[in-house]
Ligand binder design. Structure first.
Ligand SMILES: [Ca+2]
Ligand SMILES: [Ca+2]
Length: 249
């Protein structure tokens, strides 16, 4: 994307000893992404340039903000200064950090929404699911909570989620009855997060739902309008809803 590609490395003969990197094809230079040391297992799999000629790229992968759990991660990178923004971490399907996950692809829709694809694994690192995720850049520049849409290919014993373009996810899958490896393309509708009642338009009904949830959220669920998933419905969530006012794309 643009002049940048992303990838990951390990030191020779030392598994899980490396980090992620950003490589500039034009200048033949690398920038290492290392959040808090190699024990955090930071990885990058997807990169999106935020407009033609922009120096701001949005990167996705995974990292370990706590000692034991790998979470999917999104972070901005300014190629002009080689500096990173503050990473935002995502628990799989919003269910809490009990399993491992990482984003493998990112596609920007040009209206503030990003479509991501994630693989989630159990504690033994066996793939257990693929999701397409809609994340929105909020008016203050931060990223919203993710809306996770599970993909389940019929007959697949397990599948990978490797790349995404808008609402189209792609990967490979296996079946229990055939030794071949198959590819798949999955189509989903990208959600409009501010449309809280899912009627295709952001209007007063959605605003009423948000205002009814104003304040501190319950520990889990029941909190429509907490777009940035910070546990409280307040002005930042309201500003996002107002910025999304009107018909959903
Ligand atoms: Ca609505
Ligand atoms: Ca909030």
């Amino acid at each position: 994307m643009g002049d940048l590609v992303v990838g990951n490395y390990d030191l020779v003969g030392v598994p899980a000893s490396g980090n992620a990197f950003i490589y500039n094809i034009q200048t033949d230079t690398y920038v290492i992404l290392n959040f808090g040391g190699t024990q955090n297992l930071t990885s990058l799999y997807g990169v999106w340039q935020n407009g033609p000629g922009s120096s701001i790229y949005t990167l996705v992968g995974g990292s370990r903000p706590s000692p034991t759990i790998n979470l999917a991660m999104i972070v901005d990178f300014d190629a002009s200064s080689s500096t990173f923004g503050t990473p935002t971490y995502y628990a799989p399907r919003g269910e809490g950090p009990t399993i491992l996950s990482h984003f493998e692809g990112i596609s920007g829709l040009g209206d503030g929404r990003y479509s991501l694809i994630a693989m989630t694994l159990n504690a033994s690192e066996v793939p257990i699911g693929v999701d397409l995720i809609c994340v929105v850049r909020l008016p203050n520049g931060s990223f919203s909570a993710g809306q996770w849409t599970p993909l389940a290919y019929p007959g697949a014993s397990f599948a990978t989620g490797n790349t995404v373009i808008d609402g189209v996810g792609m990967g490979i899958y296996f079946t229990s009855s055939n030794p071949s490896v198959f590819s798949y393309v999955a189509f989903t509708e990208i959600p409009c997060p501010a449309d809280l009642n899912d009627d295709g338009v952001v209007n007063g009904s959605d605003l009423s739902s948000l205002l009814a949830s104003w304040g501190t959220c319950p520990p889990k669920g029941g909190c429509p309008g907490d777009f940035d998933d910070d546990g409280v419905v307040n002005g930042s969530d309201l500003s996002y809803l107002l910025a999304s006012w009107g018909t959903c794309p």
